[in-house]
Design a protein around this ligand. Structure first.
Ligand code: BES
Ligand code: ZN
Ligand code: ZN
Length: 470
């Protein structure tokens, strides 16, 4: 979609008229009748016709508390009604704040996401020009919203992609193309290089698949120095069968989404580069397929890792923490970032704890936790802090190796995984782990089966924005 800023709305053409709950009064001069049946309830909309036969969509923005997910209102309206629209649709943004205008654009762009990429007959996609009317200067906000929406759609397409296509190598190619388009550097380490550099845990997890593992290192230097401000590490398991500790077959197909953390990392670096933020960011993606094969790593194996630590494998389904361990070790040893954040669809335990409403947040840095929590509310990609008490650490004990990858107990699974990761951070003061297993992929009104949510792009990009020099 093309977005343009206009100063004034043309009331003889189609337009969207956003309206808060019980605030019809504020837009009454633009209404074709004095009292439409409309109270501005969040996600509700009402079509009225102007005297020129033009469409006026009254769009309910609800109450203050709905601001954080305002994109949903625009997304739903656009998704439901765009088949009726002419080439141009106007949005009356005079009463919207900058954040709300950005969210309006994100929502309109999100409605363009086409999930049926692999259908023989593609659904017809209408292309529109959206003109946004405001007397304020909002060009930058519109551009930001558009780039954010586009990135969200791109990472959703990655997470929804089938695992026979979305191999680790495919993610590497995606990164290379993105780096070229958005002007940053991407290095894709393949088998030989991983062996040479010692990514032994990544290699162990990938042993059972013909689709060989890769580690992707995306570097964006937008500040004037070369210091790495923030390093993101993402779990990129392109399909998690569980390995020899095989998962049950119900819903197994959804384990194509086990690279949701990687998708956020890939998308966030791309977006930050497109927005040309004044900050240095490195995104690391550790990608492998956890497959069942004669060559698969086994429960009982003791494997090595990038850090030199040995790990006893109790369950090959606890593979995410293994690939992340190497990514985190690489980051602390070679990049020494100010902030180190990993994102992963890491445990079923976090889904049982927080459901689909918040990511599990783990850190020893309360200031960072508080900032991330505030941003989470603001962009409606919420996080909830879970404990990492010293006492839980005995669950990582192995008699024969430095640590084990699973306690064997049906308790505190998300915390155990977080503390396993912590062992590879060299006590980094600004490390945070986000377990996004419940929020990255799930049900929505826009698809009949579970699908990617796009969670994390706004959260992480906003965190980066706050750390960037203005
Ligand atoms: N990829 C899964 C976690 C997951 C579960 C993601 C549900 C999305 C939805 C992860 O690799 C896994 O299998 N974790 C196990 C760990 C256990 C064997 C220690 C789990 O949480 O059950
Ligand atoms: Zn697993
Ligand atoms: Zn997994």
């Amino acid at each position: 979609m093309i977005y343009k800023h206009i100063k004034q709305i043309d009331t003889s053409k189609d337009f969207i008229l956003p309206c808060r709950k019980n605030e019809l009064e504020k837009v009454k001069t633009l209404l074709p009748l004095s009292k439409p049946d409309f109270d501005g309830e969040f996600l509700s909309y009402q079509l009225l016709y102007g005297k020129d036969g033009n469409r006026i969509y009254l769009l309910g923005l609800g109450e203050e508390k709905h601001s954080a997910r305002l994109e949903e209102a625009f997304r739903k309206l656009c998704f439901d009604t765009n088949k009726y629209w002419d080439k141009t649709i106007q949005v009356y943004a005079e009463n919207l704040t900058e954040d709300e205008t950005r969210k309006a654009v994100i929502g309109l762009e999100m409605a363009q996401y086409a999930i049926g990429e692999f259908k023989s007959e593609k659904e017809k996609q209408n292309q529109f020009t959206v003109t946004i009317s405001s007397s304020k200067s909002i060009k930058k906000i519109i551009d930001e919203g558009r780039e954010t929406g586009l990135t969200i759609n791109k990472i959703k397409a990655l997470v929804d992609a089938p695992p026979n296509i979305k191999t680790p190598e495919f993610l590497g190619k995606w990164a290379k193309k993105s780096a070229k388009d958005a002007n940053y550097k991407s290095t894709v380490l393949k088998q030989k290089e991983l062996e040479k550099q010692g990514f032994k845990a990544v290699l162990s997890v990938g042993k059972g698949s013909v689709n060989k593992p890769v580690v992707i290192i995306n570097e964006y230097y937008g500040a004037s120095n070369k210091k790495v401000d923030i390093c993101l590490v993402g779990k990129g398991i392109t399909f998690d069968s569980g390995g020899l500790s095989i998962k049950p077959s119900t819903n197994l197909h959804y384990m194509k989404s086990d690279m949701g953390g990687a998708a956020v990392v890939l998308g966030a670096v791309e977006l930050v580069a497109k927005l040309k933020l004044n900050i240095n960011i490195v995104g690391i993606v550790c990608s492998a397929e956890n497959a069942v094969d004669a060559n698969s790593y086994r429960p009982g194996d003791v494997i090595e890792s990038y850090s030199g630590k040995t790990i006893e494998i109790i369950d090959t389904d606890a593979e995410g923490r293994l690939v992340l361990a190497d990514g985190l070790s690489y980051a602390v040893k070679n990049l020494k970032p100010d902030y180190l954040i990993d994102l992963a669809t890491l445990t079923g335990s976090v889904v049982r704890t927080l459901g689909y409403e918040a990511a599990g947040m783990f850190t020893h840095n309360q200031e960072m936790a508080s900032i991330m929590s505030d941003i989470g509310y603001k962009v409606h990609e919420r996080v909830w802090q879970l404990p990492m008490f010293e006492e839980y650490k005995s669950d990582l004990h192995s008699d024969i190796a430095d640590l084990r990858n699973f306690s064997g107990k049906p308790l505190t699974g998300a915390t155990n995984a977080a503390q396993f990761l912590e062992s590879f951070t060299e006590e980094h003061k600004n490390w945070m782990h986000l377990d996004i297993a419940g929020v990255s992929f799930g049900s929505s009104p826009y698809a009949k089966m579970k699908s990617a949510s796009g969670y994390g792009i706004q959260l992480i990009t906003e965190f980066i924005k706050q750390k960037a020099v203005k």
